[in-house]
Write a protein that binds this ligand. Structure first.
Ligand code: 5GP
Length: 205
């Protein structure tokens, strides 16, 4: 990946079923590449063990979340499994203006809403090689009880039905390969004509 901030940054939406490894992929991307920022979402769900406020999520009460919605602070929000999740607008717009590529790790409904507000956003769906892998990873993670895991698997099936509306699909069979694929898509997004209109205008001056 080209680390220089030269062209305009892109908005990259990464979705995929719970347990598919999107958090791990996004975490590695910000570790390795200076030009990539991951937006921190707000949620009304309780923190899991090991999650830190302001890093994993901005943890809010339901009332606080509703007031963020009402004051227009969110680009999009969705209710997932009884909890609100949403993307704060200010950080995303600021980072894009500075030329960074911004990743939103959000669910499929949120992704469809982002596409309405930012039609130039690049939508990437991270898929598991098989449904069994999802179950194994959720059990292995040990952060949810079996009932929640079964609910998340049912949600995963519904999410996969929306995958055809995405721009790209990356299969997370091998973590390093999946990261390489996402990096390739971020690089390609920088070369999109919609991100280089100024360059073209300057050529004609
Ligand atoms: P989890 O509870 O496992 O952290 O997240 C549950 C789901 O909410 C995941 O599919 C995750 O991608 C999604 N999610 C996280 N942040 C946001 C957000 O800001 N907006 C939307 N629409 N979904 C989100």
């Amino acid at each position: 990946m080209n680390n220089k901030i030269s062209n305009k940054g892109s908005l990259i939406v990464v979705s995929g079923p719970s347990g598919v490894g999107k958090g791990t992929i996004c975490g590695k991307l910000i570790e390795k590449y200076d030009n990539v920022k991951v937006s921190v979402s707000a949620t009304s769900r309780s923190p899991r063990v090991g999650e830190t406020d302001g890093v994993s999520y901005f943890f809010k009460t339901r009332d606080e979340f509703v007031s963020m919605i009402n004051s227009g602070e969110l680009i999009e929000y969705n209710e997932y499994n009884g909890n609100f999740y949403g993307t704060p607008k200010a950080y995303v717009e600021e980072q894009l203006k500075l030329g960074y590529d911004v990743i939103l790790e959000i669910d499929v409904n949120g992704a469809m809403n982002v596409k309405k507000v930012y039609p130039e956003a690049v939508l990437v769906f991270i898929a598991p090689p098989t449904m069994e892998t999802i179950r194994e990873r959720l059990i292995g993670r040990g952060t949810e009880n079996i009932e929640t895991i079964e609910q998340r698997i049912e949600i995963a099936k519904k999410e996969i039905l929306i995958a055809p509306q995405y721009d790209y699909i990356v299969i997370n069979n091998d973590l390093d390969m999946a990261i390489k694929d996402v990096v390739m898509l971020i690089d390609a997004a920088r070369l999109r004509v919609c991100n280089n209109k100024e360059f073209i205008e300057n050529l004609l001056k």
